[in-house]
Design a protein around this ligand. Structure first.
Ligand SMILES: Cc1cc2nc3c(=O)[nH]c(=O)nc-3n(C[C@H](O)[C@H](O)[C@H](O)COP(=O)(O)O)c2cc1C
Length: 175
């Protein structure tokens, strides 16, 4: 599929069919994530691949009861590796670059999922502490985003976007 059509037609899907993902597809998603840009090429993130029902249920709770997460065959949880970036970039690495690295990684994964004909939903509404506890994250690893991944069992309509003029300005934002 054309890249721009892929971006336009990708939707957040919150209902899935089937219970297992083809491991070769997960491997392709991992390769796409690895190709993402990162500050200083440090790749200051780590991704938990979660397929075990008990862990998924823990993440449902950590995400305020968003039940669809439990029905997805796999969840990818993107952590910023704060100290890895801070070791080179100090506070800016800890507060910004590591978060951006993990966010870009998640965005690449989301598009790779779409390119593979699978569906995903980005989830950001969760308790950092609870996600870190469920996945036994070491200190300095902050959860930034989750992606539920599976075969779509719904076809959501395209939601409206803000106008281009509201999002882009030539030159300064304010005269
Ligand atoms: C930072 C971020 C946080 C989000 N958090 C959630 C979430 O917690 N639960 C959820 O169902 N969707 C979540 N979404 C998905 C958005 O609701 C969705 O992207 C938006 O409504 C646009 O729909 P679309 O992805 O189909 O274009 C999140 C998306 C982003 C980028």
């Amino acid at each position: 599929m054309d890249f721009f059509e892929l971006i336009r037609d990708r939707r957040s899907v919150r209902s899935y069919r089937g219970t297992k993902l083809d491991p070769s597809k997960i491997a392709l998603i991992m390769e796409a994530v690895r190709a993402a840009p990162s500050a200083g090429n440090l790749q200051s993130y780590r991704v938990a691949v979660v397929e075990e029902p008990k862990l998924k249920n823990g993440l449902v709770q950590a995400a305020g009861g968003q039940q669809f997460l439990g029905s997805a065959p796999a969840l990818l949880v993107f952590f910023a590796d704060l100290e890895r970036s801070a070791a080179r970039y100090g506070d800016r690495g800890r507060a910004l670059f590591a978060i951006q690295d993990a966010t870009v990684a998640a965005a690449y994964a989301q598009l790779a999922v779409a390119a593979l004909g699978l569906a995903a939903c980005w989830v950001g509404a969760f308790s950092d502490d609870d996600v870190a506890r469920v996945l036994a994250a070491p200190p300095g690893f902050r959860p930034v985003a989750m992606l539920s991944i599976g075969n779509a069992a719904e076809a959501p309509r395209r939601p409206a976007r803000r106008r281009i003029e509201a999002l882009f300005k030539h030159g300064r934002l304010k005269p």
